[in-house]
Design a binder for this molecule. Structure first.
Ligand SMILES: C[S@@+](CC[C@H](N)C(=O)[O-])C[C@H]1O[C@@H](n2cnc3c(N)ncnc32)[C@H](O)[C@@H]1O
Length: 349
């Protein structure tokens, strides 16, 4: 069980390899990363048998930027028929698991395989329970079976509190019909990722104040209004009428990079597509000058060296805030709804 499998958005395999290699080196876990471009996954092959387990226990999954899901284990081949017996045999040296997810990669092959997985899941679950391999328990590791084809599967393990919240790291969020744009789901996903559900009521509370930079037509503002926050929506473009009717939105036709609120606000969110260095400077100003307490900001990715460049930008923000004597917790993730961008979350401590 010496391989670590990492799912990602197709096209970002190189970023995952760079990121996991850096963490492995920091944790003294020997091995190498490999990936096929466009496959939507990468593998880190560890030199030692306990390497993948050490890597997972030394690294919080939610601190990783590009991986959507991870699991330690190995690929095995499956026959055309009676796959369940072969799986049960192969799982003999695995611990009893507390839950089961069947996964595929976010690729065209993966989409085709997901129907097979849906049909296969119920009989497999039954067989695993009967064989004593599966006992519902959150403290036991989760069994993650990732199908690469009908004939190949990765037998993976991950702790349920240190892996993706949703199968394949893909959130099942329903698009709210009243929201003015699909981007709305990006902010909702960011909240799910960065804010524990139990803290939503305190940190996204009615009558709190927010500034939405680059707000039009209003998908992110809609999320804030939906939680009854008062929003200053900054954009030269028009906001959806329905949002303006809520009475909770003040529309300011201004440049988001110049605009400053009269009084500090609880939240700043920013979805302006801009050069990442300029957005990073904006983040530093808002948090550093105490203009907001929490922020969710989209950071557009550069064309090359995307992981190294994101790390550099985050370090620059961290250094800048430290120099100002401001303590801020910073998170960064390529969310499912992000394309050529990552989402940063910042909170003054
Ligand atoms: C991706 S859209 C935002 C979508 C929005 N978050 C939503 O959910 O509907 C980017 C917006 O940024 C605005 N924008 C671009 N540059 C800007 C700037 N310097 N100041 C303010 N808004 C800007 C554009 O007019 C555009 O409406």
């Amino acid at each position: 069980m010496n391989s670590l499998l990492l799912h990602c958005r197709p096209g970002f395999e190189g970023e995952v390899c760079a990121e996991i290699s850096e963490h492995a080196a920091n944790l003294n876990v020997a091995g190498y990363a490999k990936a096929k471009p466009g496959s939507a996954y990468a593998e880190f092959i560890c030199s030692e048998a306990d390497g993948a387990e050490r890597l997972m226990s030394g690294q919080r999954f939610d601190r990783l930027i590009f991986p959507r899901q991870w699991a330690r284990g190995r690929f095995i081949e499956l026959p055309e028929s009676d796959r369940i017996s072969v799986l049960l045999d192969a799982l003999a040296d695995y611990p009893v698991c507390g839950s089961l997810w069947l996964e595929v990669f976010d690729s065209n092959e993966g989409k085709e395989l997901s129907n097979f997985c849906k049909k296969f899941e119920a009989p497999l679950r039954k067989a695993l329970a009967k064989a004593g391999r599966l006992e519902e328990d959150v403290r036991k590791p989760r069994l993650l079976l990732t199908f690469r084809s009908g004939r190949e599967v990765f037998l993976g393990l991950a702790e349920s509190d240190n892996s993706a919240m949703w199968p394949m790291g893909i959130p099942r969020l329903k698009f709210p019909r009243e929201a003015p744009s699909r981007s709305t789901l990006k902010l909702e996903e960011a909240w799910h990722h960065f804010i524990p559900r139990a803290e939503w009521d305190a940190r996204l509370a009615p009558a709190m104040t927010a500034v939405d930079l680059g707000a039009a037509p209003g998908g992110w503002t809609w999320q804030l209004v939906n939680r009854h926050l008062k929003v200053i929506a900054v954009d030269n473009g028009p906001m959806a009428e329905s949002l303006m009717d809520s009475g909770l939105v003040e529309h300011q036709r201004a440049d988001g990079f110049v605009f400053r609120p009269r009084r500090p606000v609880d939240w700043m969110v920013c979805d302006i597509v801009e050069k990442p260095a300029r957005t990073a400077a904006l983040i530093e100003t808002w948090l550093g000058e105490g203009l907001c307490r929490e922020a969710v900001v989209n950071l557009k990715l550069p064309m090359k060296q995307r992981y190294a460049e994101v790390r550099r930008l985050l370090e620059r923000i961290e250094d800048g805030l430290r120099e100002r004597g401001v303590k801020v917790a910073i998170g960064c993730k390529q969310l499912y709804h992000d394309r050529e961008e990552v989402t940063c979350h910042l909170r003054r401590l």
